[in-house]
Design a protein. Structure first.
Length: 161
């Protein structure tokens, strides 16, 4: 499941980046930096071009209510969890002393938490992911953190040469 989410995200990035289209976050998906303990390329965050926005509008309505209709969510829309999940995720990551030497950003979207950024060790990546799994309203955690010497595993805010 993790790999599919990452591949989908990268496919969306590549298609519109090549076209040079303006991207925006019309759905106000929470995106914030939790830790800043090492140099790391900044992620682009949740951003869509015009065509992706049209596609997302329909699927977000369907995905958001399906959770509730299937009895998996207390809220009638899974996107209502975004802000509280983001706040809780940020607090957990910021309060974890073992993550002090990392640079991690989060995106919260429909009970999913994306972890993007850089960690010094695989143990730090595992710890960050494990912390997110402790949140009661998080359904899926998608880790996209790079180790030293690795290319970022997420779309960048600014393309580097």
């Amino acid at each position: 499941m993790r790999a599919w989410g990452a591949l989908l995200l990268l496919a969306l990035v590549d298609s519109s980046a090549a076209q040079g289209e303006l991207r925006q976050n019309p759905f106000n998906d929470p995106f914030a930096q939790a830790t800043a303990g090492m140099p790391c390329p900044a992620p682009r965050g949740p951003a869509y071009d015009a065509a992706e926005i049209r596609q997302e509008e329909h699927s977000r309505v369907e995905r958001g209510t399906t959770c509730w209709l299937n009895g998996l969510c207390k809220e009638p829309n899974a996107y209502r969890y975004d802000k509280p999940n983001a706040e809780a995720a940020l607090k957990l990551l910021r309060d974890a002393p073992e993550l002090a030497g990392t640079s991690i950003w989060i995106i919260a979207e429909r009970r999913f938490i994306y972890l993007q950024g850089c960690v010094a060790t695989a143990d730090q990546a595992a710890r960050a992911e494990a912390l997110m799994h402790t949140l009661p309203d998080v359904q899926i955690v998608i880790p996209m953190m790079a180790l030293p010497g690795e290319e970022p595993r997420y779309p960048l805010a600014v393309k580097t040469q």
